[in-house]
Design a protein around this ligand. Sequence first.
Ligand code: PMP
Length: 457
Amino acid sequence: MNAIPENQLHSASLAARDLRVLWHPCTQMKDHETLPLVAIRRGSGAWLEDFEGKRYLDAVSSWWVNLFGHANPRINAALSAQLDKLEHVIFAGFTHEPAVRLAEQLVALTPPGLTRCFLADNGSAAVEVALKMSFHYWRNRGLPQKTRFMTLQNSYHGETLGALAVGSVELYKTLYKPLLMDVLTAPSPDSYNREPGESCEAYALRQFAHMERLLAEHAAELAAVIVEPLVQCAGGMRMYHPVYLTRLREACTRYGVHMIADEIAVGFGRTGTMFACEQASISPDFLCLSKGLTGGYLPLSAVMTTEDVYAAFYDEYTNLTAFLHSHSYTGNPLACTAALATLDIFATERPIESNRIKAAYLGQRARQLEDHPHVSEVRQCGMILAVEFVKDKRSREPYPWTERRGQLIYRHSLQNGVLLRPIGNVVYFMPPYIVDETEMDLMVQVAADGIELATCD
Ligand code: PMP
């Protein structure tokens, strides 16, 4: 079909054409028999707009990627300028200024010791790179028996086969288990499960004892432990105390096992510091970054690692120790330019500081939900705030997943001009940092009404 002039496009007709030819991610497509697909014409700031002019507040930063708003003038200008210079070039044997500057800045910004930057083009690919690099490092160092990985219960690291294997959210994983490598899974430090009266810190330390035991038992065969620092996002925005990361860093060093920090979702200020690892004062051996890296503009990911890891691959070609992982779009200059513009906004507008005030406001507004008869917890880590609703507040018995109550909230929020996308029985906000108080009021009100609607029977 030929392109139709934009002023003659309509949301409903575009959605109908879409459903004839497209297949969407994370979706049972049959749902769209009753659930309207939203066709977006443009975005501006924290808002998305459809073809009829209806606006939606993007309270989830379009899958946690957007940091400084849609159609951000500074990122747009940087991209336009780069378009006239170089759209893409092979990244093996060739380089370009945006990639060099980006790597220099990431080395300076990330925790100490992470002096090497390997680029890929999405979050799952970054996780694959970190896993393969860790395994390959031990092989190059003469320890080929270190072939296994350890993960935390309820973790998520992406959906390609390696990344899926080291995650543990059953919804994504169960079906594919026959295809996946076998990993060790340690109990999560998730504070939601602490005993009444127990502090998050005490619980994290108690849970760490299991991790320590598994490390002691399996160190000889373990290449790395992979964690989402502070917040298990896809696992329902479950949060834990930074002491767990401090202990894990120390134990990984002691047992000779790498630590991979997957900050794909929590990096770039989401948890209140530029990187979540900073709150535990640690440097992992591998730091995976993506999503907010380009301000939510273009797919790009980076794996930051140490000089020690780099050195283990630096050798005569004929020894066949080189890391040969590649993606066609590795180091794409446009994506690197969007990332540089994003880092420039961090440097000049100091959003981490202004986010402290915004996060405090959001927390104070959302706390009212704690009294709701079906809300078991309101939790927050920086600019991530989650509200968990349950069938029984006292026992915390969840609603059966088959009832899909979160979807009622999703529908309600769209009708009321907010994009909320609950994960099971967890409604959360992860807004772009340009969100203002009126917009936060709207988000919280729509979520509160949605929870009431979904739990009123
Ligand atoms: N790791 C974490 C912690 C994530 O949240 C995600 C995406 N939600 C990924 C990895 C995978 O990233 P991508 O979707 O870009 O493959």
